[in-house]
Design a protein around this ligand. Sequence first.
Ligand code: NI
Ligand code: MN
Length: 226
Amino acid sequence: MKITFLGHAALLIETESHRLVVDPFITGNELARDKISLQDLQPDVILLTHAHQDHVLDVEALARDSKAQIISNYEIVSYYQNKGFEGHPMNHGGAREFEFGWLKYVNAVHTSSFADGTYGGQPGGFLLRSGGKTIYIAGDTALHMDMKLIPSFAKPDLAVLPIGDNFTMGIADAVQAADFVECRHVLGVHYNTFGYIAIDTDEAARQFEAAGKKLLLPGIGEALNI
Ligand code: NI
Ligand code: MN
């Protein structure tokens, strides 16, 4: 899988056959809007961890252009289906084989409402296996004990963890989360987009290194392969 960081918690994941966008928030992100072209993303699938604006802002623009299938919890998918978009609802603990790979919607500890106040169900994360590799996308979350179940479902080759603190885990908790999910390679997201989540990235890298982990912080538009 090729994973491109789109800023904040947004990712483009390219499997052998499909393009998946996770939590698109680009036009509202001053750091990303000049670097990432929405029109060029052309996803087949949009994965949404929860309904907060900094995760769903560009869903409608992307899905209108690409006719992408939106995959998330039941409430979020229903919200978009009622607006005429294509979707596939899941809920916590549920897994399914899709054309792009195996996907499980897993627990997160956070909140989830749309900008207009509509209930966005319970927030989650994803475990995705495709082409023999597994990626854990924690979503916005606190550190929680259910993360210890993740490696029993599928051992991740890469963990995408929030590290910005205030709204989610901070650095120290993310180091522990990497232990819980038994993954050495962490892609840090949800930091430095705005003031509340500004962190010292050098210090973050040091803390992960001291725990025997590797923190990857690609620039916006930069990609890595697993
Ligand atoms: Ni959130
Ligand atoms: Mn968020």
